[in-house]
Write a protein that binds this ligand. Structure first.
Ligand SMILES: NC(=O)c1ccc[n+]([C@@H]2O[C@H](COP(=O)([O-])OP(=O)(O)OC[C@H]3O[C@@H](n4cnc5c(N)ncnc54)[C@H](O)[C@@H]3O)[C@@H](O)[C@H]2O)c1
Length: 278
């Protein structure tokens, strides 16, 4: 049976691990070829490790094991020129571009707004908002050139729809992504290019399973653990789960990327176990 994305090519940022890797594998399972980009090096002010070159190679192996083609590239989404050159080269190799998952992002550092330093604000906004814009801007000409429309999916967050304490940089950037989605959906609708945003609650990846985030959500505990955070996180969702899996987000991405969603555009889709309801 043909996959739901047979003959299509998908560009995914932040693809070395976590949701990005899950997205690459899920879309490849449905027949897509993959362009997988990641920074693969640490970012100074972010309080946990980024992915490595080995992580990105692991994504490559996982996609190749599905008999799909994949081109990988190291690029920082803040570097619009390098990102564009990397994408241009990959599209030349794979022949076309149909789907974008602007997924790369960071979470933290955290502080009350008045204490956030310039580089702490700028790093989050540069990656989570401008980096998403750089990703989409580089991709649009290729999707248009393909002449078959396309699907662009921007990874926002529940923080793109509601507020969290001590995270004005993250909340502002993710709300910006929600707005960008609608503006680009309007611009690109005449080309049958759809633009939607995803809004996950906590997803069980390294972005949340780290000490800095445990401290954000468990401020009253001196050395909070995964179990401490799990208890707090459980209370943040309407459904009785502390977090969702990356695969849950990948399945929503797959639907939006597929022709089954051919008239869905400008939508903000929660994958949040009801987090936004409480
Ligand atoms: N994990 C969660 O709870 C959660 C919840 C809601 C939204 N999100 C969003 O989901 C997306 C994916 O996060 P994840 O959970 O897979 O976390 P993750 O930290 O495991 O993965 C993020 C990936 O992005 C890469 N990256 C970071 N900055 C980059 C840059 N400047 N250029 C290129 N690549 C860069 C990292 O190396 C990493 O591989 C992010 O946009 C995040 O904000 C995550």
């Amino acid at each position: 049976m043909a996959g739901r994305l047979e003959g299509k090519v998908a560009f995914i940022t932040g693809a070395a691990r976590g949701q990005g890797r899950a997205h690459a594998v899920r879309l490849a399972e449905e027949g897509a070829d993959i362009i997988a980009v990641d920074i693969c090096k640490p970012i100074d002010v972010v309080p946990y490790e980024m992915a490595t070159a080995e992580d990105l190679e692991e994504t490559q192996r996982a996609v190749e094991a599905l008999d799909r083609r994949i081109v990988i590239g190291h690029a920082d989404v803040r570097d619009s020129q390098l990102l564009r050159a990397t994408l241009d080269g990959a599209v030349a190799e794979l022949g076309r571009l149909d789907i974008v998952s602007a997924n790369a992002g960071v979470c933290g550092p955290f502080a009350v707004g008045e204490e956030l330093k310039d580089d702490e604000w700028n790093t989050t906004v540069d990656i989570n908002l401008t980096g998403v814009f750089n990703t989409v801007r580089a991709a649009i000409p290729h999707i248009k050139a393909g002449g078959r429309g396309g699907s662009i999916v921007l990874t926002s967050s529940t923080a793109g729809l509601k507020a969290y304490l001590n995270a004005s940089n993250y909340v502002a950037a993710k709300h910006g992504v929600t707005g960008m989605t609608k503006a680009l959906a309007l611009e690109l609708a005449p080309h049958f290019i759809r633009v939607n945003s995803l809004h996950p609650t906590q997803v069980d990846t390294k972005m949340i399973q780290n000490e800095a985030l445990y401290k954000l959500f468990c401020p009253d505990i001196e050395n909070p653990t995964r179990a401490d955070f799990e208890a707090v996180s459980l209370g943040m969702n309407a459904m009785p789960v502390p977090w969702v899996d990356a695969a849950d987000v990948s399945n929503a991405l797959l639907f939006l990327a597929s022709d089954e969603a051919r008239y869905i555009t400008g939508a903000a889709i929660p994958v949040d176990a009801g987090c936004n309801l409480i």
